[in-house]
Design a protein around this ligand. Structure first.
Ligand code: PRP
Ligand code: URA
Length: 209
């Protein structure tokens, strides 16, 4: 069964509070999402394999560590997931970036896929699928199906705010996928919004409504 990790680092929690605040404007919201994505990338890459190399310091030879060259892929779920990509790339600039376009039908809340573009070597990459929100879980579950259908073997899902309904949906459909979140909120409301959540992540990132 997939595990759920809540990143309770004080910097992540502090910044998330301002992301939630309805008085935070678009510019600051975008900057904060970017910063939290970097901090979460730092935590989620904790298990990246290292290998030994030798370097020469100005003083002597040293046995040192370097990343073992695991290939990573970052895949935002459009559009709100885009707000997390640059923050992750600041820490892992060599990662390739795929895109999966999905939106929730406002009536049925079911995800509608409209775009998929992934790196060509899908089977060889470890993917981090990103979206700020995990609500009903429909979008994430569909995006994971989409990645698997194209050959992805290793997928982690990372989001800012999740609710139990979304977490359960991923666990049930994709028990091989670990979930990394900044907060697990109380519930979904009748309109499919996370309570207390942060509102509509895409609209707040891009100033639409
Ligand atoms: C939001 C959010 C997730 C989805 C979560 O996207 O960014 O992708 O809803 O809801 P779910 O777990 O119930 O599927 P939205 O469909 O509003 O599209 P947008 O990113 O284009 O704004
Ligand atoms: N999508 C959002 O952007 N916010 C929610 O609360 C739920 C889905």
């Amino acid at each position: 069964m997939g595990k759920v990790y809540v990143f309770d680092h004080p910097l992540i929690q502090h910044k998330l509070t301002f992301i939630r605040d309805k008085n935070t404007g678009t510019k600051e919201f975008r900057e904060l999402v970017d910063e939290v994505a970097s901090l979460m990338a730092f935590e989620i890459t904790r298990d990246m394999p290292l290998e030994d190399i030798e370097v020469e310091t100005p003083v002597s030879k040293a046995n040192a560590k370097t990343l073992a060259g695991k290939k990573l892929g970052i895949v935002p779920i459009l559009r709100a997931g885009l707000g997390m990509v640059d923050g992750i790339l600041k820490l892992i600039p060599a990662a390739k970036v795929g895109h999966i376009g999905l939106y929730r039908d406002p009536e049925t809340l079911k995800p509608i896929e409209y775009y998929v573009k992934l790196p060509s070597d899908v089977e060889e990459r470890d993917f981090i699928l990103v979206d700020p929100m995990l609500a009903t879980g429909g979008s994430a579950v569909e995006a994971i199906h989409s990645l698997k259908k194209r050959g992805a073997k290793s997928i982690k899902f990372m989001c800012l705010v999740a609710c139990p309904e979304g977490v359960d949906a991923i666990k049930e459909e994709h028990p091989d996928v670990d979930i990394f979140i900044a907060a697990l909120d109380e519930k979904l409301n009748e309109k499919g919004y996370i309570v207390p959540g942060l509102g509509d992540a895409g609209d707040r990132l891009y100033g639409t409504k």
